[in-house]
Design a binder for this molecule. Structure first.
Ligand code: PMP
Length: 305
């Protein structure tokens, strides 16, 4: 695994090896941190690195901060500027992943959110494909249930909540699957361990609503817009039953890491014809072109370093 070169840490950019916290740090003990995840795409023809939708990512990041009672002076614009400054220093010429992390930095014992010091770090590292099998993934329905808004809000990227995602991912991987789909307590589909889900049924795109314990994904929103503008497909946001994915025409996962990952089998049941379908294939292509900065119509989503 590649390590980051530098990190924005305690108010300045330092070599990654100097960005360290003590073992008594609140966030390390109690999971009281929130994070973001952005991708930077290296465009070889343009010889530039493009960050995908940083303002939208930082808007969500600051909302996640608010969920854990963290107040920063930062704005989406100032965090984007900091990120660009870090990336200019890093000088990557390959695809990267950018991780902003806001955490309760107090060192000591005591579970709470209030009256704690907080801090913010950002680092970036080389990053390629996340799901190897991203045109024919085989997923399972997890036996774990999705965290609920009244337990740990799923609409925020809260570090502690990812212990649940890790249980989901590891059990799926050890059973030989590429990913897992997770149900709410009531049995509706929510998302994968770190990606949103879409299915095609009767020619419509369908995805769970933001009130069904999903992360409000930036890729989800991008794919909905691309589907509407470029393929004339509107997305219906409604609860999805487990067995609907057994009989849907196409199924795919979206996320910063997963990009657009096409699922062709759920628990050994083929989706549609059991191979990548036309809508998933087109959306994959469209999304990757847009993210790399090769589609002028969506250039406002690409921020050049
Ligand atoms: N759901 C979860 C739980 C995630 O961690 C992620 C990754 N951030 C997503 C969905 C996809 O969100 P995005 O498209 O904003 O990366």
């Amino acid at each position: 695994m590649d390590l980051p070169k530098n990190a924005y840490f305690q108010g300045k950019i330092v070599p990654y090896s100097e960005a360290k916290v003590g073992v008594a740090t609140h966030a390390l003990n109690y999971g009281t941190a929130v994070f973001g995840g952005l991708r930077g795409y290296w465009n070889e023809e343009k010889k530039r690195l493009f960050v995908f939708r940083p303002l939208d990512h930082y808007r969500r990041f600051l909302n996640s901060c608010r969920l854990l009672c963290m107040e920063f002076e930062h704005t989406p614009e100032s965090l984007t500027d900091l990120t660009l400054e870090l990336l200019r220093r890093d000088d990557y010429r390959q695809n990267i992943y950018i991780r902003p992390l806001a955490y309760k930095a107090e060192e000591g014992i005591g579970v709470r959110l209030h009256d704690l010091k907080e801090d913010l770090t950002i680092f970036a590292l080389p990053f390629g494909q996340y799901i190897k099998n991203d045109t024919s993934a085989h997923v399972t329905i997890s036996s774990w249930r999705r965290i609920d808004d009244n337990m740990i809000p799923a609409r925020g990227k809260i570090s502690g909540a990812y212990a649940s995602s890790a249980l989901i991912k590891t059990d799926a991987a050890r059973a030989g699957f590429d990913e897992a789909l997770v149900l709410t307590q009531e049995g509706h589909l929510t998302e994968g361990s770190a990606m949103n889900i879409f299915m095609v049924r009767d020619g419509f795109l369908v995805t769970p609503p933001v009130t069904d314990n999903i992360l409000e994904g930036i890729t989800r929103r991008s794919v909905m817009e691309l589907a509407k503008n470029e393929l004339g497909l509107t997305t219906v946001e409604r609860p999805i039953d487990r067995t609907e994915v057994y009989i849907c025409e196409e199924l795919f996962l979206t996320g910063t890491a997963a990009q657009v990952t096409v699922v062709t089998k759920v628990d050994y049941r083929p989706i549609g014809k059991g191979v990548m379908g036309p809508i998933g294939e087109q959306l994959r292509k469209l999304f990757l072109e847009v993210a790399r900065g090769n589609n002028p119509k969506y250039a406002h989503w690409n921020v050049a370093v």
